[in-house]
Write a protein that binds this ligand. Structure first.
Ligand code: NI
Length: 170
């Protein structure tokens, strides 16, 4: 397993729409393992393949609490089937937007369809932090970032800050 470099805002790669994973083979499983290692190393609770520059519909998540047994979840081609009308708000962050956090309101519960590591189609109903995390990661597959869900003023401020920082690195 390899820790991959993360793509950081305002890299336009983050705005790409990812394509479906065609088959679950050794390469796609290795990609999932690399993503988990990269996520744990960061550390973070979710990662989409595009965040390491791979435009494929693949998400890894682990929302287990610190000190608890790790519960790595891998979702190939995840799709939201249903969302509750009830909404919940979490303070979100993103490994591609380091050290920035903002409250985002989303449906409190969702049902997702996805393909698991064995290539089997599965459905999962999620609420709480897992529901929020899944929605955040699935957004990445469509080129959407959590800052797209906050006010324009705040979003422009963050983008400006990160654009400046990126220029300073060159
Ligand atoms: Ni993110």
């Amino acid at each position: 397993m390899t820790i991959k470099p993360l793509i950081i805002l305002p890299d336009p790669v983050l705005r790409q729409v990812s394509s479906p994973v065609e088959r679950i083979d050794a390469d796609s499983l290795r990609l999932a393992d690399d993503m988990l290692e990269t996520m744990y190393d960061a550390p973070g609770i979710g990662l989409a393949a595009i965040q390491i520059g791979v435009p494929r519909r693949l998400v890894v998540i682990d929302v287990s609490k610190e000190g608890e047994e790790k519960k790595p979840l891998v979702f190939f081609n995840p799709e939201i089937l249903t969302a509750t009308e009830a909404r919940s708000t979490y303070e979100e962050g993103c490994l591609s937007i380091p050290d920035y956090y903002a409250e985002v309101e989303r449906p409190a519960g969702i049902t997702v369809r996805y393909v698991d590591r064995d290539g089997k189609q599965q459905e999962m109903t999620a609420d709480g932090l897992l529901a929020t995390c899944l929605q955040h990661e699935i957004d990445h597959l469509n080129g959407t970032l959590f800052i797209d869900h906050i006010s324009r003023l705040k979003r422009e401020m963050v983008i400006r800050k990160f654009t400046k920082a990126a220029k300073a690195r060159i």
